[in-house]
Ligand binder design. Structure first.
Ligand SMILES: NC(=O)c1ccc[n+]([C@@H]2O[C@H](COP(=O)([O-])OP(=O)(O)OC[C@H]3O[C@@H](n4cnc5c(N)ncnc54)[C@H](O)[C@@H]3O)[C@@H](O)[C@H]2O)c1
Length: 424
């Protein structure tokens, strides 16, 4: 029987999950170590931008089904959705999971379900079970008692896309990796409260690897496109035209190149695999290297454009550079690990002239570039005034304008938005 669910970690994943359960009249206790996040949610507000979610959070808190706290309380099920970043040495850092597990151990009771949703290296759910077993010798766990254990444990990864989380949490298929069949069944019953996609059962290690595989697949495919864009540039080939033509092959589907790979998933999760199999995961490691090198390649293109304009008689301090887009992908306000932000910051550090940014998705520019003298400009002014136009993110607003006229100016279009049409 599921009366109360506790979600540990109320970020981009935990808060939407908590809210979708709560609007279906499950009592949800959200737990976060940040007092300001707890206060914000208890006021019915939220601390990040996600379309449609704000209205649902307000409704769930207002109706009394969602409440935030700083300490775990007894519940029927616990979902752990805390961060799993990389250490300085590019190794998975699962300390937040360990802390979260230790915090729920005292309130755990027989019949509870514990689900790990954080993206995790293979083996983490088994470690979680061992940590709990050590802390609660009065209870039985799946590793000792199998299907008859007091506590059910499962790994259920999340694969939502920022900007579409409310929709995708409901409609995406879920991979459910229980430590035993009974654990999987219990997890499916929980997700059935709000998931309309299929809940597909597997074992815990496959479920952990599945999440890492999905993001590594994306990273490798993006790396192929990025590498192709650099090869084509060397050989004077229009990469956008090339990809369009190659994709007419019925079994070829090349992605679009970009200025690098950002965010906290695709640029991070492949390292979890590389770290677990350093001698074998050669392609995955190479893809990371290609994608991580792309921002430096873009910066070289900017330097080349500056030198071109200097050859035309301009001085560096007279050259105005406009960067279009700062976020890690199109049409969101998330700057985490954004290559566009990194490139803009590096341009500001190197360039003697004016650097401006067009970013329609942010209320204010981040301090790290403001303190380097970067100023904000609206789209029309930047298109009109900049000498070098660096398109970094394919925001909808940029797609709606046609390729700027460029008699004297230089365009570095990393996303093919202002692609030169034949004859231009
Ligand atoms: N954001 C995404 O699009 C996405 C998609 C798929 C998977 N994931 C994975 O989901 C996990 C969570 O990601 P996120 O984007 O929601 O992170 P986030 O940083 O937005 O939120 C995590 C929250 O957990 C809280 N927290 C940290 N330690 C805690 C603890 N011991 N107890 C309680 N709260 C704690 C933090 O204060 C924070 O509010 C990560 O493993 C991530 O890789 C994220």
């Amino acid at each position: 029987m599921l009366n109360t669910v506790s979600i540990i970690g109320l970020g981009y994943i935990g808060l939407p999950t908590a809210t979708l359960l709560a609007i279906r009249k499950v009592r949800v206790i959200g737990v976060d170590i940040s007092p300001s996040i707890v206060d914000t949610i208890n006021r019915g507000d939220m601390h990040f931008v996600e379309p449609e979610l704000d209205i649902l959070v307000r409704a769930a808190v207002g109706a009394g089904y969602l409440r935030a706290a700083m300490q775990p309380e007894p519940a029927d099920a616990f979902i752990i959705a805390v961060p799993t970043p990389l250490t300085e040495g590019l190794k998975p850092d699962v300390r937040s999971i360990e802390t979260a597990v230790k915090s729920i151990a005292p309130v755990l009771k027989a019949g509870n379900l514990v689900i790990l949703e954080s993206t995790s290296p293979v083996g983490t759910t088994e470690r979680l079970a061992h940590w709990l077993a050590e802390l609660r010798p009065d209870l039985t766990f799946p590793q000792q008692a199998g299907d008859t254990s007091d506590i059910r444990i499962a790994y259920c990864p999340e694969r939502v896309m920022p900007g579409r989380v409310v929709h995708e949490l409901v409609s995406n298929d879920r991979v459910i990796g229980g430590m035993t069949p009974a654990c999987s069944e219990a997890a499916v019953l929980l997700y059935r409260w709000f998931v309309q996609g299929e809940c597909v059962i597997t074992d815990v290690r496959v479920a952990e690897m599945c999440k890492l595989t999905e993001n590594s697949f994306r990273d490798v495919n993006i790396a192929f496109a990025n590498e192709l864009s650099m090869i084509c540039d060397e050989q004077g080939i229009d990469v956008w035209e090339l990809i369009r033509l190659a994709n007419r092959h019925p079994r070829v589907d090349i992605l679009k190149p970009g200025c690098g790979v950002g965010g906290h998933c695709i640029a991070v999760d492949p390292w979890f695999i590389v770290n677990s199999a350093p001698a074998t995961a050669k392609l995955i490691a190479a893809a990371r290297a290609v994608n991580d090198a792309k921002p430096e390649w873009v910066l070289q293109k900017v330097d080349d454009a500056i030198n071109d304009l200097k050859m035309d008689g301009m001085t560096a301090s007279d050259i105005c550079i406009a960067c279009f887009g700062l976020t890690f992908k199109a049409d969101i306000d998330d700057l985490r690990e954004s290559p566009a932000l990194h490139i803009t910051q590096a341009i500001a550090e190197r360039h003697a002239g004016k650097v401006c940014v067009v970013e329609p998705n942010l209320d204010r520019l981040p301090d790290c570039i403001v303190e380097k003298g970067v100023v904000r400009m609206d789209l029309d002014a930047a298109l009109d005034q900049a000498d070098i136009l660096v398109l970094l993110v394919d925001h909808a607003q940029f797609k709606s304008v046609s390729r700027p006229h460029t008699r004297r100016r230089r365009i570095i279009d990393t996303r093919g938005v202002w692609e030169r049409k034949h004859g231009q």
